[in-house]
Design a protein around this ligand. Structure first.
Ligand code: SF4
Length: 313
């Protein structure tokens, strides 16, 4: 059982992906209302070695010596990976050890205003930053940033990264109806996107209720309307809750473990992680499949969102 690696898990966008967690739960520069990992417990822009580079390299060495190679390595997980000052060292290590494996970084992009952060991830192959708002008011409402963060510096940082980085940039915009889908915000977002010049813009929305009550997913029609309103090339919808996708054939043993757990009693994501020892990102993938096949349902209760078998009364 690894502490800082998870999967490999199948990812629609990236393929069979080995996840690397660079920060413990939950260190982030944002505290997004829709975050599936839960509330940010250390809201910070301070970069340091939250997880030791040596520990991550040891786990990677162990993984590579006893498993087949995944299709891609993805830095993601419990918070913002670029907050770990050792990220460049881990990327260099992977490029030396497994030069054929592409590296993706799921980042909120907020630290890109710092040239040292941009330099640290230059050797990655795909960077997937997010941008959900382009006005201060909406940025504060959706992303609840660490105090030191400045939205214009964040957008400029992404535009600067575009000029320096030769890999792919897939910019994710998370649409939350009532927060960032009004015309003024969409206009400001479009302006920011045209400035950043990503290779693609990926519209996402809630798969299920986030950490806060009172937020909802955008429907497919709402996302299509936004695409039509923007009228820009290379914008696509990636939201799994609205995409016409076949549920992926994930490993049945893991799904069985999750089903056995929630069959005993309804559980939150945290409960399932604690009981099964699986990473929340991995559990989330399986929960999506189980929901898509109608095997489970959710119910919001006082302690959060609970998962239970569909047939339970
Ligand atoms: S940036 Fe990502 S990890 Fe951080 S709070 Fe937002 S959704 Fe969660």
């Amino acid at each position: 059982m690894y502490k800082h690696l998870f999967g490999p898990v199948p990812s629609r966008r990236l393929g069979m992906s080995l996840g690397v967690d660079m920060v413990p739960r939950k260190v982030c520069s944002l505290d997004c209302v829709y975050c599936e990992v839960g509330r940010t417990t250390l809201l910070t822009t301070e970069r340091k070695e939250y997880v030791a580079e040596r520990e991550i390299k040891e786990e990677l060495n162990d993984f590579f010596s006893s498993h087949p190679d995944p299709e891609i390595i993805t830095f993601s997980g419990y918070g913002e990976p670029t907050l770990n000052s050792a990220i460049a060292g881990v990327i260099d290590f992977l490029k030396e050890k497994k030069s054929q494996l592409p590296i993706a970084i799921l980042s909120n992009g907020t630290l890109m205003g710092d040239p040292a952060v941009r330099k640290a991830i230059l050797r990655a192959d795909i960077v997937l930053p997010s941008l959900d708002a382009a006005t201060e008011e909406v940025f504060r409402k959706i992303n609840r940033p660490a105090g030191a963060l400045d939205l214009q510096g964040y957008i400029q940082g992404l535009a600067d990264f575009r000029k320096e980085f030769s890999g792919k940039i897939w910019l994710e915009v998370f649409i939350l109806p009532g927060f960032n889908d009004h015309k003024a915000e969409l206009d400001a977002l479009k302006k920011a996107i045209l400035k950043i010049k990503p290779d693609s813009v990926q519209l996402n929305t809630l798969d299920r209720p986030g950490t806060e009550a009172g937020i909802r997913s955008a429907s497919r029609k709402e996302l299509e309307d936004i695409m039509a309103y923007w009228d820009m090339p290379r914008v696509e919808i990636i939201a799994s809750s609205v995409a016409n996708k076949e549920p992926a054939a994930y490993r049945e043993d893991v799904q069985n473990a999750i089903l056995e757990t929630i069959n005993r009693r309804p559980c939150t994501l945290d409960d399932i992680a604690l009981i099964t020892g699986l990473h929340v990102n991995e559990i989330n993938k399986h929960l999506r499949t189980l929901e898509a096949t109608g095997s489970i349902r959710t119910e919001r209760q006082e302690r959060g969102l609970f998962y239970m078998p569909s047939q339970r009364n």
